[in-house]
Every structure is written in C-alpha cells, then in structure tokens.
Design a protein around this ligand. Sequence first.
Ligand code: PMP
Length: 440
Amino acid sequence: MTDTTKTTDGRASTRSQELFAAAKRVIPGGVNSPVRAFASVGGEPPFIARAQGPYMWTEDGAQLIDYVGTWGPALLGHAHPEVVEAVCKAAADGLSFGAATRAEVKFAELVCSMVPSMNDGMVRMVCSGTEATMSALRVARGFTGRNKIVKMDGAYHGHADVLLVAAGSGAATLGIPGSAGVPPKVVEDTLLLPHNDAEAARALCKEQGDQIAAIIVEPVAGNMGCVPPEPGYLETLRALTRKHGIVLIFDEVMTGFRVARGGAQERYEVTPDLTCLGKIVGGGMPVGAYGGRRDIMESVAPLGPVYQAGTLSGNPLGVAAGLTTLEIIERDPPYARLEALSARLADGLAYRAAEAGLDFTGNRVGPMLTGFFRVGPVRNYDDAKGSDLDRFAQFHQQMLSRGIYLAPSQFEAAFVSAAHDEAIIDRTLEAAAESFAAIA
Ligand code: PMP
C-alpha cells in the first residue's frame, strides 16, 4: 500500500507549529526524547500523523521519504501488514498478563538461534535498549564480582546513570557530555576509552584488567554517526577481555538484525559474551533484550543473585511484533537487497557531494550510513566532532524541504529499509544533488 505520489516540503507548517507550541507547554521541550526537538538543525519538527513502508506523512499533509525508520526498528519499513496484523490479533487476546506465555518462548528461541553469542545461551526480554544495557552491566558486575566498567568515548548505550558519560547521540548533539543529576560517585567506576583504539584498550587492561567487570562497545558505532570498527579492533577487544576475565558486551541495539541477520557479531565474526538488543527486536514496539553465555545468564534472578525484573517485559504485543518481524526476516532475508540499495545511496551521495565541491566523507556498514561534512577518515568521536555541523544543519533543512526525512543530527546514522527501492533512492539522490548545490 505504499504511495508513489511525489514527496512534498516536509518542513513544519501551521498544524505542526501549533502542535509544537501546545506540546512545549506540557512536555519538556515539546518532545518525549530530546533529539526529536530539532535543536541542532534549526527549524521546528514536523509532527507525524502516520507512516507506511518507506514513507511518513506529516500533520501538515506532506509525504516524506524516511531514513530514520523510528531510529532503527523499521527494518522492514513502517507498519508491515503482517506485523500489524499479529499485534492486533495479540491485542484481542489481552494486552498484558504479567505471566508466562507460549509466544515468548518461541520468541526467545528464535532470538537465540539468530544471534551467535546466544546460540548456546539464554536471553531475557526487557522494554528498551536502555534497560538492556543497564541490566547486562549489572549482570557482568554480579558475575565477575568486579565494579569497573569501560565504555567508548562518544558511544551511547541509553540513559542509565552509569552510562551517561561522554555519550553520543542526543547527548552529543546537545553538547551534554554527561548529565546533571548523575552523582559523580555513580560514574566513578565508568572508565572511558577512545573508540577504535586497540592500543589504548590494551594499556588499560594491562593496568586495571583485574578490576574491570565489562567492556561495552557498539561494534559498529552509530551514535557518533556511523563509524565502522577498524580491522582487528573487535578481535583485540575479544582477546583482551578473554585474557583478563572481563565480560565483553556488544551493544547491538542498533546493529542487531540490521548489519546482518546475526548483527555485527556475525558480520565481523567476533562473538561477545553478552549482547544487548533493542529496536528491530521489537518490530516497532517497546522491546529490548540482553543475553549470551549460559553461565553468565545463570546469575540472573530467579536462577541467580542478580536482580532484574519488569511488569511489561515479554508483553504479548511486543512479543507479537518482534517475533513476526524476525520470522519475516528468516523467511525472506532482506540483507542482499539492503546492501545493494544502501551502496547505491552512499555512492550516489559521495559522488554528488564531490560534484558540488563539498568536503564529505561517507561511512557505511550495510544499511546504516552517515555522511560527515569533512574530509575523512572518520574513525572515532573526535573525528566526527570535527564535521561542519552548520553545513549539516543546512543540508538537513534542504533535504526536508524536498521531502527527505533524515535524523536531525550529524551524530546519527541513516537507515535504509527493505521497503525502500531503487526509484526512491534515486529520488533521494536528486534531492541531495540540489541540496548540496544549495549549501556549497
Ligand atoms: N544502545 C544503542 C547502541 C542505541 O543506539 C540506543 C538508542 N539509540 C540505546 C542503546 C538505547 O535504547 P533505547 O532508546 O531503546 O532505550
């Protein structure tokens, strides 16, 4: 049921502006998650009325080609009919029981079969990526009896206190390296490493390895914009953590089921001890998950001493959306198509930016890509921060005015979905050529 009518100017017009004004009176900043406020790109956010396939429609009546994909979940495009049907069917049987169900067993079995680190292990469902990472860290600390955790500069793992240190994504965009309200004591055991720096990781482990419970990493960073791992980097983290008895956690909230069926760990053939999932695993519903090695997951209550719980965890609607999404992926793997479409988009953008004489570096891993307005390479957060953010803001506005909806921040990835097609990519490239020319 995708609409093929022409895209239209997606900038906020009267109706969205009225809604934003009303929202700001009752919701902090008018939004329920900071980056949605468009603070770093200027203008006001268009309010979204509905979405289908690769498109969204605004309250002002514009049709947008969407590359945000609800920040990742919409791998199959918006409102896939089978997923919607499964959710409606589940809803008719009751919205939540807070009790064990048949579907959640099937869901857990499927997730474990798809994610290499869970193949012989276990998984626990939660309701967001934030819950997944904070729970995985608690488990790692409980399992090792150590307190220190390590994260990478510019990585974002959700908004749990211990992880809000030098975080990327919205926190990077707004220039908040940490957050007010996080007591220094809470983060004194959170150690930072520059992303993609194997030597720095080696030195830290040599010095403090026996005190470190976990190293958590986005195997393909997405929250400083898309930054692929340097060759050998993930392998080094794997070897170091093994040597020092540290739990290696891959935060695959963004990359899981996206950069490959089994996520980045399948694509790069490095298996962590624990994996955090979110976004696609819930098919658009609030679902996250963490899991991995059986001996580690056996420390989770009620089997073990690490407490973690949730009233709505494994709820029937989330499970229906997630399970159906993964079943569709298994039946009809979209990865070859996603690779081809994304390559067409990334190559086309780089070519058109060069034609306009702009400094531009395209980073891409599968259907996850970011164009940085600077000369490359972009291999860590410092590099990403060196981009011309004003130029990105102008580009964002130009694209939106041509009906192309990109994440309103340089420090995010664009996502191509299986509902996009060549014609849509080519329309996007036409808009990009005009936009680049307008800002050059
Ligand atoms: N980890 C990563 C890698 C993420 O990209 C995000 C969200 N963008 C999170 C964790 C947090 O997930 P959620 O927003 O569902 O809490």
